[in-house]
Design a protein around this ligand. Structure first.
Ligand code: GDP
Length: 473
């Protein structure tokens, strides 16, 4: 790598190192000081990349008030399982996509935009639930302006409703309550309103400030009122961005596409992203080869609050990674590599710490913690991350779930190999195993389980973990 950067022969660099008393091969990692010595010996100039340099290149540009223009709000739908988050997202999408427009077909790219009857543009994140919301936030990307809290009128406030309220409050994001399933015979919207009081959510009908709208994702009742409530909330927030600057965006989904290579859906936060722009995104970098909007159409540019699929990445970034447009290829590469190394160092440090901690805890308790290893494969990064986070919460002093590996894409033979070696089952979320992997799994007795609902997966692992627990006693 060092030789390549200096455009020198690898052998010459290895020889120079040996002359300096370092008996190394070409794949060995050397420290920065040694590298500096060698670089100078070869007559090149040393440029060290540091945190500060990285910050400098992608420094937050302070926008002047006069450059700011209003931008659409970004909305996340949260609420308890089965209260109708997905149905509501689907209903809004299908009600507002004009038939004939791009064939009336919307592509699932992780977010979509609709225009209300009064002309307000709204951007919806297509991954409902607080797991995705939280994992994005933990990576530093706050991409939600308004939370729509869905509560089923026939079920009222449930545990995940409370979690969602807490997440929205922690993020300081305003809420709108959608009281869903109002078409159902057992619907009791006032119970929802009184239940919410206990969690310090006082809706307008209870003389509070939080807008509440009765809706039905099935009949479409109240949908327009909900959209107008969101538009109103957005006006109050006075959301603004500067479209005339280098783009900054957040990755909401990323995957390795067989035909197209790494693809990331990016929600532009400020600036305008254009075809040909050079960018760095998390530990990856690239040059925008194509931009595809939520109707599957190629577009030349995307401005603030617009979700687009970005093609032209060198690798798959993670949900929550921030995309920054930079001036040159060299900068993009440099920053991405610097981040990759920094992340690797951090992981190594974290790994060592856990092992030590574990050893100490084990020694103290004088008994070992049973670990239940699993492998996770999912269709998109957001789901994989949500599952891994859910797994971390399962377990107690005696049993812990350990995700050996989590990834995006079909279950392959290499997954089976790892699972077999560790005695772990494979949990597939919205993915299948390819034929050869299926055959190998059968031969080796590796269990593959398929899911399309995260909570089912979590429940099964919980049950297995408690089984392990009782077997131990
Ligand atoms: P999610 O888990 O919150 O995403 O909930 P879903 O959107 O998957 O909905 C769960 C179930 O409730 C599905 O069977 C939906 O058809 C049903 N459902 C959702 N919204 C409504 C509604 O407004 N009225 C009625 N009657 N059923 C609904």
């Amino acid at each position: 790598e060092l030789a390549a950067r200096m455009a020198e022969k690898t052998g010459a660099v290895v020889k120079a190192l040996m002359n300096n008393g370092m008996m190394v091969t070409q794949n060995e990692t050397i420290d920065a000081d040694t590298a500096e010595l060698i670089i100078e010996e070869f007559g090149h100039k040393v440029v060290r990349v540091s945190d500060a340099d990285v910050e400098d290149v992608i420094m937050e540009i302070l926008d002047e008030e006069k450059d700011l223009q209003s931008r659409p709000p970004i909305i996340t739908i949260m609420g308890h399982v089965d209260h109708g988050k997905t149905s509501l997202l689907d209903a809004i999408r299908s009600a507002k996509v004009v038939a004939g427009e791009a064939g009336g077909i919307t592509q699932h790219i992780g977010a979509y935009q609709v225009t209300t009857d009064t002309g307000a543009v709204l951007s919806f994140l297509d991954t409902p639930g607080h797991a995705a919301f939280t994992s994005m936030r933990s990576r530093g990307a706050q991409v939600t302006d308004i939370v729509v809290l869905v509560v089923a009128a026939d079920d009222a406030v449930m545990p995940q409703t409370v979690e969602a309220i807490n997440h929205a409050k922690a993020a300081g994001v305003p809420m709108i309550v959608a009281i869903n399933k109002i078409d159902k015979p057992g619907a009791n919207p006032d119970k929802v309103r009184t239940d919410l009081l206990q969690h310090e959510v006082i809706v307008e009908k209870m003389s509070g400030e939080v807008q509440d709208v009765e809706v039905s994702a099935i009949t479409g009742q109240g949908l327009d009122t909900l959209l107008e409530a969101i538009a109103l909330q957005s006006e109050i927030l006075e959301l603004k961005a500067n479209p005339d600057r280098a783009a900054v965006g957040a990755v909401i989904e990323a995957q390795l596409d067989v035909g197209r290579g790494p693809v990331a859906t990016v929600l532009i936060q400020t600036g305008t992203l254009r075809v040909g722009d050079i960018f760095v995104v998390g530990e990856q970098h690239g040059k925008v080869r194509a931009l595809i909007n939520d109707h599957g159409e190629r577009v030349k540019e995307a401005g603030p609050s617009v979700p687009v699929e970005v093609l032209g990445l060198n690798g798959t970034p993670e949900a929550g990674d921030v995309l920054n447009v930079v001036d040159t290829d060299a900068q993009a590469r440099e920053i991405a590599e610097y981040r990759e190394k920094a992340a690797k160092d951090k992981r190594a440090a974290a790994g060592a710490a856990t092992t030590l901690e574990q050893l100490m805890a084990n020694a103290k308790a004088d008994e070992t913690v049973s670990e239940m290893p699993i492998l996770v494969k999912a269709d998109v990064q957001g789901s994989a991350e949500a599952i891994v986070q859910a797994m971390a919460k399962i377990g107690n002093d005696e049993v812990r779930v350990r995700v050996l590996h989590s990834g995006v894409g079909a279950i392959t033979e290499s997954d089976i190999g790892l699972a077999e070696a560790s005695g772990a089952p494979i949990m597939g979320f919205n993915v299948r195993a390819n034929t050869s992997a299926r055959n190998t799994a059968n031969q080796k007795g590796v269990e593959i389980r398929y899911y399309s609902i995260i909570y089912d997966l979590v429940d099964d692992v919980k049950a297995a973990a408690s089984g392990l627990l009782s077997a131990e006693i």
